[in-house]
Design a binder for this molecule. Structure first.
Ligand code: SF4
Length: 379
């Protein structure tokens, strides 16, 4: 497989660099940290690509290896993606039998963004319409297709390739995130897309390519390679905290609500700074004023379980005393039996106790529990 090339102003990082243009040049020499999640995502993408290519009739292709990742889970989620993709392809082919279907297509949008290109998971080009579909294997954050710059850049790349062949007026975009059970869809007219490309994208991309523009911190910092040491982000975090704690007297309810809102971001940022500093100490011997390196707490464990059992038995302890037998967990049991069999055989014997009451932001997907009727005071 050829090495994967990444554009400096890539489509996948466009959300960040459109908000903070100088982040591109500020991070260009920082290498990407390998991550098990990224590796898992690539593996799932390869499987998704394989399934779509097979569906499209490509012969002589081998399924990718799933390495140490959960093959059954990857299979299930890539099936969801395949199902969605095939529905879209078939629906479009009904009205346009010669629609072009592009899998893992390099999409060049360098007429708007210096050296800009990306790889679209799936693009369908038909009369009047381009459909861009992106597969995301993450399960952390739900990604919306609405005004999603990565998708809009892919669409521009696809228009560059096909606009002269088809009279395209609309771009449809979908992000399939099967592990979150979410499919997000959005569409925009080609006229509006081109207006955005000329008047918003192009000038900001120019700033980014030249290392100009203002640093601007926000939730887009999450995937920035400078996030742990960025001064602007530190100022932003500390400013937010300062503002929230501005009143010296007791906090008001509104202030407490404000602190609850920013606390997760502050905690995450502090963790990132800590992880950065700790990694530099361990990997480079860097010293930080007021800090030292120690061994963390560890748990005792058997060095050799069969040797331990043998010694105990020789010394008169019974097998039933030194071993305990327990059922495998529910998730493993469900995997063993399969979902349908699990439900049929064991469904009546599985209970789901109520979870511990937890305060979460309104945006959380879980349903609100009504505990307020028991309190006299109106909240
Ligand atoms: S951490 Fe945030 S503010 Fe700093 S360079 Fe990155 S995106 Fe910009």
């Amino acid at each position: 497989m050829p090495p994967i090339q990444h554009a400096l102003l890539s489509a996948s990082s466009a959300y960040r660099w459109l908000k903070c243009p100088p982040s591109v040049m500020a991070t260009k020499d920082i290498r990407d940290e390998p991550s098990v999640y990224a590796e898992e995502g690539s593996t799932a993408h390869e499987m998704a690509e394989y399934k779509v290519r097979k569906y499209l009739g490509e012969a002589d292709i081998e399924p990718p290896l799933t390495g140490g990742f959960d093959a059954a889970e990857i299979d299930r989620h890539t099936d969801t993606y395949l199902y969605y993709v095939t529905e879209k392809i078939e629906a479009i082919r009904k009205s346009c039998p010669d629609a072009a279907v592009l899998v893992e297509q390099r999409l060049d949008f360098s007429n708007y963004v210096k050296d800009g290109f990306g790889t679209g998971d799936l693009v369908i080009v038909a009369d009047n319409v381009i459909q861009v579909i992106d597969f995301k294997y993450g399960k952390g954050v739900a990604v919306s297709a609405e005004r999603n710059p990565q998708m809009m850049l892919y669409a521009l790349g696809a228009l560059n390739l096909y606009d002269y062949l088809y009279d395209i007026t609309t771009v449809k975009m979908s992000i399939v995130q099967p592990r979150l059970d979410i499919i997000s869809e959005w569409e925009i007219s080609v006229a509006d897309l081109l207006e955005w490309a000329e008047n918003t994208l192009k000038p900001i991309a120019k700033l980014a390519a030249e290392g100009d523009g203002e640093f601007n911190a926000g939730e887009h910092c999450r995937f920035c390679k400078l996030r742990a040491t960025c001064r602007k982000r530190a100022e932003f975090m500390l400013d937010v905290a300062k503002h929230e704690f501005a009143e010296p007297a007791e906090l008001t309810d509104d202030e407490i609500a404000g602190i609850l809102t920013i606390a997760p971001d502050l905690a995450k940022w502090a963790d990132e700074v800590f992880a950065y500093a700790q990694a530099r100490t361990i990997n480079e011997g860097k010293k930080w004023r007021g800090f030292k390196i120690v061994e963390g707490r560890s748990k005792r464990r058997y060095e050799n379980e069969s040797r331990i059992a043998e010694i105990c038995r020789k010394n008169g302890y019974k097998v039933s005393e030194i071993y305990k037998q327990s059922l495998i967990g529910i998730t493993d049991m469900e995997k063993l039996l399969g979902k349908a069999k699990f439900k049929e055989l064991l469904g009546d014997y599985i209970i789901k106790p109520k979870g511990k009451l937890t305060l979460v932001p309104k945006s959380d997907k879980r349903e609100e529990v009504n505990i307020f009727s028991q309190f006299k005071e109106e909240i």
